[in-house]
Design a binder for this molecule. Structure first.
Ligand code: FEO
Length: 399
């Protein structure tokens, strides 16, 4: 795709990747993605803001070349060093011999390790400015952990354009480029937030506060549409999603299970019954049939969880590990955890789950409830009792 002007003297010079279906191994990209790079020629000195993934270098370079002599590029601003934006940096610095990297201190280390050489960058801190001449000034906004420690935003003052790299982006490829021209991509925008930024809500809110007072006419992220129709509406979405849920009056417990023959499921229902009887708000979820992001959202807001699994081949089943493998970035400290499950002959699953919950910083004080095959009335009563104790442990009924 050819360059597109997004503001006075500012062009999109990136690349489209419509065929991509999986990003970073774990992330779906049903509509492909874009690697947005921007060329600023507004002042006397030209600057590139972020580059593109390595396989797209030639396309990107051709776009830059069509607008400016490579020798006239003075700066390459690196807002973030993940290789989908820095993968072309090494080649570009060789092809644009007068370009100096502009980045923050944390980013400098990453740049060095990506290029395996020193490049003598211009180091910038929060609030620093870089005058491109001709009235064009870039201001840098320190915005760490969005989603790497190195991340920052770059604000082009005169044009009111904020370059945010991943922040407020989406894996959504459409050559119409602007948010008011492409189809409704809100699902991709939200999914991107959930996977990339949800673990960093505190930093999302801090960054939003920092940019709130800027004159924002365009937000130019590094993936997906450029936001020009109502940039603040997208910021408001992030603010809503990142604001912690208000604590309810009732304490909440979630009971997850994966059951082969209904025995572990029966224990889950009895644990829930016991917890409810103590005044806890309880939800029971089959991990194999519930959306992962929904479960993560609920865990983040809950006071405790109980996780049950059948034991198959000496282990908990895959959907349970899949869920537990996605909790490491949540703040779980102090939440109550417990494990349970029915088994045929060995019954390792509940113990392994309890260990994993402890590793995730759940407070696990209950011995795992393990039941051989079909629960007896006595087993079911033990599950009810476990539910009651868990409800008390999360503070249900304490007023
Ligand atoms: Fe699009 Fe964190 O890279």
């Amino acid at each position: 795709m050819r360059p597109v002007e997004i503001g006075e003297g500012v062009h999109w010079v990136g690349a489209l990747d419509p065929q991509l279906r999986v990003f970073d191994i774990i992330m779906k990209a049903d509509h492909g993605t874009t690697y947005n790079s921007y060329l600023v020629t507004a002042g006397d000195r030209a600057a590139v803001v972020d580059t593109v993934k390595a396989p797209f270098y030639e396309e990107f370079l051709e776009n830059v070349r069509s607008l400016v002599d490579l020798r006239d590029i003075s700066y390459v601003v690196v807002n973030h060093t993940e290789p989908d934006h820095s993968g072309s940096l090494d080649r570009f610095l060789r092809d644009a011999p007068n370009a100096r990297v502009v980045c923050d201190r944390q980013c400098r280390n990453f740049v060095r390790n990506i290029l395996n050489r020193d490049v003598d960058p211009i180091l910038v801190q929060d609030g620093d400015t870089l005058d491109l001449g001709g009235g064009a000034v870039m201001r840098f906004v320190h915005a760490p952990f969005l989603h790497w420690p190195d991340t920052m935003f770059t604000y082009l003052e005169k044009q009111g354009i904020l370059f945010t790299c991943d922040f407020l982006g989406a894996h959504y490829c459409d050559d119409r480029l602007f948010d008011d021209l492409v189809d409704d991509y809100s699902h991709a925008f939200e999914y991107y937030y959930l996977v990339i930024f949800r673990p960093f809500k505190k930093y999302v809110l801090e960054a939003l506060d920092k940019i709130e007072g800027l004159d924002l006419r365009v937000i130019a992220p590094s993936h997906g549409p450029v936001l020009r129709s109502d940039p603040r509406a997208y910021m408001e979405k992030y603010r809503q999603w990142s604001s912690r849920p208000l604590p309810g009056e009732e304490k909440s417990l979630l009971v997850f299970y994966a059951s082969a023959y209904g025995n572990t499921a029966a224990l889950a229902e009895k644990i829930a019954e016991g917890a409810r009887s103590e005044g806890a708000r309880v939800a029971v979820m089959d991990v194999a049939a519930t959306d992962l992001n929904l479960m993560i959202d609920r865990i983040e807001a809950a006071d405790g969880i109980a996780v049950g699994s059948a034991t198959i081949n000496g282990d908990a089943v895959e959907p349970v590990w899949f869920l537990l493998s996605h909790l490491a970035t949540l703040n779980l400290k102090g939440k109550v955890g417990a494990a349970f499950g029915s088994y045929g002959w060995s019954g390792e699953a509940p113990k392994l789950i309890a260990e994993r919950l402890r590793g995730l910083k759940f407070k696990v004080e209950e011995e795992p409830l393990r039941v051989n095959l079909v629960p007896t009335e006595e087993d079911l009563e033990k599950a009810v009792e476990l539910g009651r104790r868990l409800a008390r442990a999360v503070g249900a009924g304490s007023g």
